[in-house]
Design a protein around this ligand. Structure first.
Ligand code: C5P
Length: 232
């Protein structure tokens, strides 16, 4: 399975994003478009970045009743993104509806993955605030099993949980893992972080890195460092 680094382009506008992508002339990194950019610029931003030759993970983390998610997925999948996602918290029925809705007229569909527990959330918050009375690892494994039974292609989880997910759901089940930082750098608001090297050793298929690349003095160098550590 091809491993790759996905850059989280958490920018406020199309101009800032395109300006950032000018750093990459030879390579065409896999780009993640999140809520900030999508809500600011609308669906065209997906087509524009696809037209530049990038693969796109459209990270909108849908979570609603099954019928609404099914129809929303239909609207999103025609934009041409390579990967879409929903919250596993939305239930197996909702995830099944998401997969159904994402099938395009020609029978193809983007990869669809489920967010397990956000990497910005600690076990203490999960237990005390969300009242999920389980260890992080167990909760993630259960959410991943739910996602698999619904026909999803994989999950978003911490690299720290990737091995457990693979064990539960099989090696083909994708693990897309944010919460990645270079050694000795600032974790910012992420609580459960690993280095690209560690993510590789732990079995992640894709790492998602935002600020360590987008805010780097030399984004190209930071991206190549991530590729070197994670893929090569
Ligand atoms: O800048 P940073 O590397 O922390 O960016 C991580 C990206 O991954 C953000 O766009 C964030 O929304 C996303 N993400 C995450 N944790 C999840 C799911 C998505 O950090 N569990």
């Amino acid at each position: 399975m091809g491993k790759d680094v996905i850059i989280a382009c958490d920018f406020a506008s199309k101009e800032q994003t395109l300006d950032f992508l000018k750093n990459f002339t030879l390579e065409k990194p896999y780009v993640k478009i999140g809520m900030e950019l999508f809500f600011a610029e609308g669906p065209d931003i997906v087509r524009i970045i696809k037209d530049l030759g990038h693969k796109v993970f459209l990270d909108l983390k849908l979570c609603d009743i099954p019928n609404t998610v099914k129809n929303a997925m239909r609207s999103l999948s025609v934009l041409g993104a390579d990967m879409l996602n929903v919250h596993a918290f939305g239930t197996v029925d909702m995830m099944k509806a998401a997969v159904e809705g994402a099938v395009r007229a020609d029978g193809s569909r983007p990869k669809i993955i489920a967010v397990t527990l956000l990497t910005s959330v600690s076990e203490e918050t999960v237990n005390k605030e969300l009242m999920i009375n389980s260890s992080m690892e167990k909760a993630v494994a259960q959410y991943a099993a739910n996602a698999k039974s619904a026909g999803m292609d994989g999950v978003v989880c911490s690299p720290l949980e990737a091995a457990k997910v693979k064990k539960e759901c099989g090696n083909e089940f994708l693990t897309v893992t944010p919460g990645v930082r270079f050694a000795l750098s600032d974790a910012q608001d992420q609580k459960r972080v690993t280095t690209p090297d560690d993510a590789k050793a732990l079995g992640s298929d894709y790492i998602v890195m935002g600020r360590p690349i987008t805010k780097a003095a030399n984004p190209l160098q930071a991206y190549r460092r991530a590729l070197n550590e994670f893929v090569d």
